[in-house]
Write a protein that binds this ligand. Structure first.
Ligand SMILES: [Zn+2]
Length: 68
């Protein structure tokens, strides 16, 4: 995998445990990984960029998956 300079990387992170997702070039892929973790462990997760800045609006709360 080549790393283009200046390319944004995203990774899921967990508020409730030390989980840190793999880095992905695509936000949607990191978001899917964060949703997986939130659903599997009932934890609140979010997506951060390569500078560890939280992406606005990326927070995933596991209670949302319980609505059904
Ligand atoms: Zn967690």
């Amino acid at each position: 995998m080549s790393q283009a300079p200046g390319q944004l990387r995203y990774r899921g992170r967990c508020v409730d445990c030390a989980w840190i997702g793999r880095q992905f070039v695509r936000y949607t892929t990191a978001d899917a990984a964060a949703r997986d973790h939130a659903g599997a462990h009932q934890h609140t997760t979010f997506v951060a960029d390569q500078y560890e800045m939280r992406i606005v609006g990326s927070t995933i709360r596991p209670t949302r998956t319980r609505l059904a």
